[in-house]
Ligand binder design. Structure first.
Ligand code: 5AD
Ligand code: SF4
Length: 468
């Protein structure tokens, strides 16, 4: 452990989604600006932080095992400070201190400024910070990759999906000011960032709570009712105009975002995908279930047909775009026939990939109270196996369309399986392992020669005529 004249060292373990990864980057940036250095392992650190997730029970239990380890370290070195942030911390709030008395500080998602307040206070007595506060003031971030960055465009979620703990852990939806976001993207681009991923709980709700007097960009006018009938000379911002403005920032070559809600994916956003090469050829569109009755019980606000219509609208404007999804099996009361409707939608859409989850009851959510008499655990497992098999079948078929084409690949580093090859990603978010040369952050043309359900392989083509 560091003595009083050596800089203190921190260690952050992150669980959960990209939003949490990004919060952890900001924690690291904030800690380094306070003079802390990074420790290789928690054993070497003076400050041990966990940025937690609570989306499913498995996330809770994984984190609790780590917390047990921190308890032992605290026993051996009582001067160590243990901090717990993120969604799990928010979901149990002050109970943290009663259940885990060795925790010194606990704080909700994004409340990195509160962590700084705690660390710079005169006395380090146990503290919890759980008020929702919107956006923290600008914080430095410490990014893992110099050429890729996350940009948080909104906090919170106003939806009420009955299975989801997030609305209670991240508060009401609030969009970050448009100009502030563009300033951040410009600064990132000047710092060498080529790809940004815009983060929000429901990204296409972006801007509804903002007002501007600026006219909408010409290309988007046709899609906006609000722009045609502005109230008092102002109109809301839209996600499509944010994408358009970010794409216009010099140096930004790729824009991704996660996640949109199927009810809000509109023609303007899809038109932007079709028109702007910077906006990636990939949409992650969480389905959750194929049965309209289950979707209603999930409070998703769309039914099976409406989801399929959205997919058709996307494919009509962007025939080559990759569509991926999230699916939950074994929602309380899901019958065999209803599960088969999920398989039908999987077949009808032929997703490029899917994350699949077994329903996990979460404290305080509506679905946790629903009677679950139809779906014993072995049935859920068996449904999951059938679903995964079907998803992989389509993913494998879908990737074949790339074989023989030359695609632009953003190099991310060395291949994980073969050090003689490079690893990168296409606009469709497919990983490519390929023979070639170049530095991480460079975009190169790669001729695709093979494809599995997950990855592509190929060779860099020097005389490529990019077929896209
Ligand atoms: N049980 C299982 N899966 C869940 N998800 C969210 N909440 C639950 C839950 N209680 C899944 C959804 C969501 C993804 C991030 O996690 O599919 O889109
Ligand atoms: Fe992210 Fe949801 Fe986990 Fe929170 S609960 S960290 S929002 S995945």
């Amino acid at each position: 452990m560091a003595s009083s004249d050596t800089p203190k060292r921190y260690h952050v373990t992150t669980f959960g989604c990209q939003m949490n990864e990004h919060d952890s980057e900001r924690m690291r940036g904030m800690l380094e600006s306070l003079g802390y250095g990074a420790a290789e392992t928690a054993e070497d650190a003076d400050l041990i932080l966990f940025n937690t997730c609570s989306i499913r029970e498995s996330a809770d239990s994984r984190f609790l095992a780590h917390l047990g380890h921190a308890k032992r370290m605290k026993k051996e070195r009582p001067g160590v400070v243990v901090g717990v942030g993120g969604c799990w911390a928010q979901s149990v709030k002050d109970e943290v201190f009663a259940r885990f008395p060795f925790v010194d500080v606990a704080f909700g998602p994004g409340q990195i400024n509160k962590l700084a307040e705690f660390l710079t206070a005169d006395s380090l007595s146990a503290q919890g910070y759980f008020e929702f506060e919107g956006f923290p003031a600008h914080l430095p971030t410490k990014r893992d990759r110099s050429f890729q960055a996350w940009v948080q465009i909104a906090v919170g979620c106003n939806l009420k999906c009955s299975y989801c703990i997030v609305p209670s852990t991240r508060g009401r939806e609030s969009s970050r000011p448009f100009e502030q976001l563009l300033d951040e993207v410009r600064a990132l681009a000047a710092d060498g960032v080529r790809e940004v991923t815009l983060l929000g709980q429901n990204v296409n709700a972006y801007g509804r709570d903002l007002r501007t007097t600026e006219p909408l960009p010409e290309a988007l006018l046709a899609f906006s009712e609000a722009a045609k009938r502005p109230t008092a000379g102002t109109r809301p911002r839209t996600f499509a105009e944010l994408l358009t403005a970010v794409a216009a920032v010099d140096g930004i070559e790729r824009i991704r975002y996660t996640s949109p809600h199927p009810k809000d994916i509109r023609e303007d956003v899809v038109a932007v995908h079709a028109a702007l090469p910077e906006v990636c050829q990939h949409i992650h569109l969480p389905l959750q279930a194929g049965s309209s009755r289950i979707l209603k019980r999930m409070r998703r606000t769309y039914d099976k047909q409406r989801y399929l219509d959205r997919v058709a609208m996307i494919r009509e404007q962007c025939p080559d775009i990759a569509i991926t999804t999230d699916i939950i099996v074994g929602f309380p009361g899901e019958t065999e026939a209803e599960f088969e409707e999920t398989l039908e939608v999987v077949d009808a859409v032929a997703f490029d990939g899917a994350f699949t989850f077994v329903f996990s009851p979460r404290r305080g959510t509506e679905a946790a109270e629903l009677v679950d008499d139809f779906v014993p655990h072995p049935v859920k497992v068996e449904r999951m196996e059938r679903l995964v098999e079907r998803v992989q079948h389509h993913a494998r078929e879908r990737t074949q369309r790339f074989v023989g084409r030359t695609l632009e690949v953003l190099i991310e580093g060395e291949s994980r399986t073969d050090p003689d090859k490079l690893r990168g990603r296409t606009s469709h978010n497919k990983v490519v392992n390929f023979v070639g040369f170049g530095q991480p952050g460079e975009t190169v043309p790669v001729q695709i020669t093979g494809a599995t359900s997950q990855t592509l392989s190929g060779e860099m083509s020097l005389l490529a005529t990019l077929a896209g």
